[in-house]
Structures are given as C-alpha cells and as structure tokens.
Design a protein around this ligand. Sequence first.
Ligand SMILES: NC(=O)c1ccc[n+]([C@@H]2O[C@H](COP(=O)([O-])OP(=O)(O)OC[C@H]3O[C@@H](n4cnc5c(N)ncnc54)[C@H](OP(=O)(O)O)[C@@H]3O)[C@@H](O)[C@H]2O)c1
Length: 280
Amino acid sequence: MTIVVTGATGHLGRLVIESLLAKGVPASEIVGLGRQVDKIADLGIDVRHVTYDDVDALTEAFTGADRVLFISGSEVGRRIPQHTNVVTAAKKADVGLVVYTSAPRADTTDMKLATEHLATERMLADSGLPHVVLRNGWYLENYNVPQAIEHGLFGAAGDGRIAAATRADFAEAAASALVGDGHAGRVYELGGESFTLAELAAEISRQSGRPVVYTDLPEDKYADLLVGVGLPRAGAEILADSDRAASRGALDVPRTDLEGLLGRPVTPLSTAIRAALSRD
Ligand SMILES: NC(=O)c1ccc[n+]([C@@H]2O[C@H](COP(=O)([O-])OP(=O)(O)OC[C@H]3O[C@@H](n4cnc5c(N)ncnc54)[C@H](OP(=O)(O)O)[C@@H]3O)[C@@H](O)[C@H]2O)c1
C-alpha cells in the first residue's frame, strides 16, 4: 500500500509520518510532498518537491497511491485554487482514499477560517472520490506557553470553551484513518480536553509558579495586538474572528471522535503544558 502525505514538511505532516512508521507502515510505502523537502530528509521516506500550484506534479505524485493524506495548505486566501488542484489530481490519479484535514463544524460555523475548508469538503464530495474528513480542532501549540508566562495570555474568546488537542494527537488520529478500514464517507469532529482561556492561564500559572492572567479583548483590539506583534493584518483579523467565534462555542467539540480514532484518551492539557515547560 502506498500512502502519500501532502504538507509532509510541516509540523503536522512530520508527526503523521512518524505515527505511520510507529504503526508499522514501511518507510518504502510512504511518500511525503512539500516544498522545503530538506526538513523531512531524515525520515527515510520518499520525499518529493511538489507545490499545490502544480496540478501535473500533484497528479504524477498521486499516481499509484492507494491513500492520500491531504493536509490543508497554509496560505489562507489562496487555498481554493490550490485545493482544487489537489482534488483534480487525486481524481485523475484515481486515488483509493483521500483523507482531508478540515476545520471544526466547517459546514455550519460562521468562522471565516472555515470558508476554504468547506469549499474543499464540497470539492471532495463532488469528485466522487472515497474520502474522510478530519475536522481538526485547535492545536494546543497555538498557545505559546513561554510567551504567556512572560507577557500574559490575550485573546477575544471570552468564556468560550476550546477543545484543543496536541498536534501529535491529531497526527496519530490521521494515521489511524489512513491505515484503518471503514472510514470512507465519515466526517470526524476532532477535539481534545476543553478549557476557557482563563482556565488555560490558571493551569500555566499553577505549573510554572508564575502569575499568568488571561486578558479578554474586543475582537478589533485583539487583531490590533496581533498586528503589533508582527502578524499581517489579514491573518490577524482571521485569528481574531476565530476567537470571536470561539467565544460562542465554535471550537468546543466533544472529544469522542478523536478518542475513537486514537483508541485511547486524548493527551490532557496539563500534560501538554508540562511538556511545553520542559522544552524551555
Ligand atoms: N487546527 C489548527 O489549530 C491549525 C493551526 C494552524 C494551521 N492549521 C492548518 O493545518 C495545516 C497543517 O498544520 P501545520 O501545523 O503542519 O502547518 P505548517 O507547519 O505551517 O505546515 C504547512 C504545510 O503545508 C505545506 N504547504 C503550504 N503551502 C503549500 C503549497 N503552496 N504547496 C505545497 N505545500 C504547501 C507546507 O510546505 P513547506 O513547508 O514545505 O513549504 C507545509 O508542509 C496547515 O497548513 C493549516 O491548513 C491548523
């Protein structure tokens, strides 16, 4: 069985490949696609430089693939044409199963970040390809623990609960969907232990012994703060909008689907914070 992973050079992609290898998939059966291919040269798999903008290169890379993990691109605003290329190529190559990383409740949420994900889910449905949708929730790694200790935690999510999980948990779930049977046609809403940002600040404070407070800002002020620390305005507004949606529960999904794919409990928030603190 050949498994092709797009976005293999990114944080999630590397973890998925490590998880596939840990599940016993031979390195010779895994192909990783990306642009900065040197980043995964150490994994021992077949690595190819392929961009989402090159439908022919994608088709060639997918030819002979039994399963493709289609990790959503990171260039927000450019993803509809790019993802169209991926789906077109998968169709041309007659891939047996496409597993796509989407966003929480992509079909009903008003979170702007989900627009391109919903369009991609629709492309996959229209393609007729057998596929699985992994609606990944927020990464716990989106919250920078050392920065929170240094400067405090800021956001616009109010008291909204956020069912974040570690990238490693999402990656292991993706690997399970790739190697397992019976997932075609399923849409999984994946989330971990849920918390408010005030609870997150309190846990960081408890473990670090340093006072960490969560400051809730209006959406526009939070976007300004993100611009102030170097984000482009468009990206800052998308993130602030996501927090606005989170304040109304958009990122609070049950952990049942994630635990079902993992076959174990999700990594607890306290464990992930301990790991983040021990890295610094
Ligand atoms: N759930 C969340 O909280 C969350 C947070 C951030 C992002 N995401 C989404 O989840 C995806 C995976 O997360 P991640 O942490 O692994 O992100 P990441 O580290 O930024 O990796 C993004 C991957 O997409 C590849 N990529 C981007 N544009 C591409 C293009 N035009 N052609 C080919 N490859 C392209 C990158 O390739 P190169 O590095 O080789 O250029 C990289 O492998 C992201 O791309 C984004 O869609 C989710």
